[in-house]
Design a protein around this ligand. Structure first.
Ligand SMILES: [Zn+2]
Length: 132
């Protein structure tokens, strides 16, 4: 008290006198403790890991899991990017590493769709290369 009076600050601290002031003080204290807890529990590494996982998921969503090459004269070569590492029954996309036990079932009709709508394929490829 003396300290405040000495420097003549524009405010003075008075201990709460009525019950509602005590309640207000208690609430303010709780809020402060809560904010402090949030701040210290914020883990930068897990934040970055989540961001990375988000990026991978975005990439896998943008991937067509197909490679369509123009051989000229209207001929297209369609390559499925799914491969099965030896000794496993699972399939992985060689471009985006998405995992599937049965790509024929999970990603059916993609070859037909993208060979018929080649502009859609080019659009998807553009998006994929932007995401990568
Ligand atoms: Zn893929």
């Amino acid at each position: 008290m003396r300290y405040i009076e000495k420097f003549n600050l524009p405010f003075t601290f008075e201990p709460p006198t009525s019950w509602w002031q005590w309640t207000l003080f208690a609430l303010a204290g709780l809020l402060g403790a809560f904010i402090f807890r949030i701040t210290i529990s914020f883990d930068l590494n897990s934040f970055l890991r989540d961001r990375r996982q988000q990026g991978i998921t975005q990439l896998q969503n943008a991937c067509t899991h197909l490679l369509i090459e123009n051989l000229g004269e209207g001929a297209l070569r369609v390559t499925n990017c799914f491969f099965s590492p030896s000794g496993t029954t699972a399939f992985y996309c060689s471009r985006c590493q998405v995992f599937s036990f049965s790509p024929e079932r999970d990603y059916s009709g993609r070859e037909e769709y993208y060979t018929k709508h080649i502009d859609e394929y080019l659009k998807a490829e553009k998006k994929f290369s932007h995401t990568a």
